[in-house]
Design a protein around this ligand. Structure first.
Ligand SMILES: C[S@@+](CC[C@H](N)C(=O)[O-])C[C@H]1O[C@@H](n2cnc3c(N)ncnc32)[C@H](O)[C@@H]1O
Length: 259
């Protein structure tokens, strides 16, 4: 069911905005070019779907992408869907009075997950650093679901990890460089994933939803990380008209497909 709560139970905006920023900082510690990929993502959304798109922010977390989309395009609307109650609490608290954003709780592993969404179709589906959480068969089915949710000509963008086995020297050099950056940033107080979740659990206003998410993901194991070519072939098989590369770095890539 769409979550119709437009304001968080606790309306202290600064508190939730701080947690939103802290989430972004933690994610950026792993992905120093996170903002750059979001910019390219929104460039493509605007180019393909125009200035007033209706977006599905898939596995939205704290709705970081939706926040940037709505700030950039006043005519846009977004539906954010995720399973994590703590991240959705932060999304609600930090974007809660934004009438153009709807937040939905759903599990992509559930074949009926699209029933929880407001009626489609969508102009674009965007997702980042999330679909590698899914098993291969679930991801195949999600790709078919997305083909059904998008209008003809609609856009799908998936930015995620995408290592390149053919460039071991490049990969090792970048890894060493990144480790030094991460050490410097940790010395400045930036939290990694585990430390961030420990901090969230220690925050009384988040403790309950963090405990709930720990139970939900207790047995979680990441799925396989597939090469770009796998994604493009699966998207074409799922009914997309074309699929290719929208952006890439040494370690990550954004697959782009048109319905
Ligand atoms: C690393 S976070 C990325 C969140 C957001 N896209 C961002 O870039 O900040 C991965 C997200 O995928 C969500 N996720 C993983 N498996 C899911 C599932 N089966 N159903 C819904 N969301 C899921 C997690 O709850 C989490 O919010």
């Amino acid at each position: 069911m769409p979550d119709t709560r437009l304001t968080a139970p606790d309306t202290d905006r600064a508190f939730w905005t701080d947690w939103q920023r802290s989430w972004d900082r933690q994610q950026q510690w792993y992905l120093p070019d996170r903002e750059e990929r979001f910019r390219v993502m929104l460039d493509l959304v605007e180019a393909v779907t125009g200035p007033a798109p209706r977006i599905l922010d898939l596995a939205c977390g704290t709705a970081s992408i939706s926040g940037r989309l709505l700030a950039r395009l006043p005519g846009a609307r977004s539906v954010g869907v995720d399973l994590d109650p703590a991240l959705l609490d932060i999304a609600r608290g930090s974007h809660g009075d934004e009438p153009r954003l709807t937040l939905v709780t759903a599990d992509l592993r559930d074949p009926q997950w699209t029933a929880a969404l407001p009626a489609g179709p969508f102009d674009a589906v965007v997702t980042a650093t999330a679909l590698h959480w899914l098993d291969t068969e679930v991801l195949r089915r999600v790709y078919r679901d997305l083909a059904g949710l998008l209008r003809p000509g609609g856009l799908f963008l998936n930015a995620d990890h995408s290592p390149q086995p053919a460039t071991p020297l490049l990969n090792a050099a970048l890894r060493a460089h990144e480790q030094l950056r991460q050490q410097r940033e940790q010395a400045d107080g930036v939290l990694d994933w585990q430390q961030w979740w420990q901090a969230a659990a220690a925050e009384p206003r988040l403790a309950e939803s963090v405990a709930a998410r720990s139970a939900i993901y207790r047995d979680h194991r990441d799925g396989a990380i597939h090469p770009v070519e796998w994604h493009t072939a699966e998207l074409l098989a799922a009914g997309f008209r074309e699929a290719g590369l929208g952006w890439r770095s040494v370690s990550d890539a954004m697959v782009a497909a048109v319905r």
